[in-house]
Design a protein around this ligand. Structure first.
Ligand code: CA
Length: 226
């Protein structure tokens, strides 16, 4: 896995590259914003560690530019700033995660693992379970030739249930993964979407149902239809 480190403090940039290389990543440093953006646009990297304050184009602008070009490379932003507003701006601009300098190598590596795993989640080989399948591009739910379109949140929720392949998905996991840091999300949101999905599973006449396990969460179960 090849990681680009965009950081103008050359000692820190080199130290981060060493931490990454010691953990068996390939890492390359760019010491200013323009070089960083050029290299990020090359498509040669699996993740980018990006400082906010840079000479030339700053980190926020690099994130915005990449995202506006539909470049979804995972980005971990680094900054000396600690205010919530800066954090929100970074994430709003399209960064995947955010770390305040200085940081411990171990936590840094955990964040890198986390953002690179997130891309892994998107590329799912087999999005089917029982008699249903999910189209990862069109977000259509299909069953025996019948299909129905899912909204983004419905798709995200069903994706988690299908990925679990019949195992229990906790309500908290659903909320964390589908709603993330959205303060509006509550257990009621999860229940509402599960209820929409039950109707859609019924619509395509699937013999799967979403079972609620009290205190545990949800899972897909086969029903016996005569
Ligand atoms: Ca800097």
């Amino acid at each position: 896995m090849n990681i680009l480190v965009v950081e103008d403090e050359t000692n820190l940039a080199d130290a981060i590259c060493k931490i990454l290389k010691d953990a068996d990543y390939d890492a390359q440093a760019a010491y200013d914003g323009n070089t960083g953006l050029d290299q990020a646009q090359s498509g040669n990297y699996d993740a980018i560690v990006l400082d906010v304050m840079l000479p030339g184009i700053d980190g926020m602008e690099i994130v915005r530019t990449l995202r506006s070009e539909n470049n979804n490379v995972p980005i971990l932003m680094l900054t000396a700033r600690t205010t919530t507003q800066d954090k929100v701006s970074g994430l709003d601009a399209g960064a995947d995660d955010y770390m305040t300098k200085p940081f411990e190598a171990e936590e840094f590596l955990a964040r890198v693992r986390s953002i690179t795993r997130r891309t892994g989640d998107v590329v799912v080989d087999d999005m089917s379970y029982g008699d249903i399948s999910l189209d990862t591009e069109s977000h259509d739910l299909s069953c025996n030739g019948r299909s129905v379109h899912l909204s983004q949140k419905e798709y995200d929720v069903l994706c988690m249930l299908v990925s679990a392949q019949g195992r229990v998905v906790s309500k908290q996991d659903l909320l964390n993964k589908v709603w993330g840091s959205d303060a509006e999300a509550s257990e009621n949101s999860a229940e509402a979407y599960v209820s929409f999905l039950r109707k859609k599973l019924g619509h395509v006449k699937s013999n799967l149902q979403i079972a609620t396990l009290r205190m545990l969460g949800y899972r897909l179960e086969m029903t016996n239809q005569d």
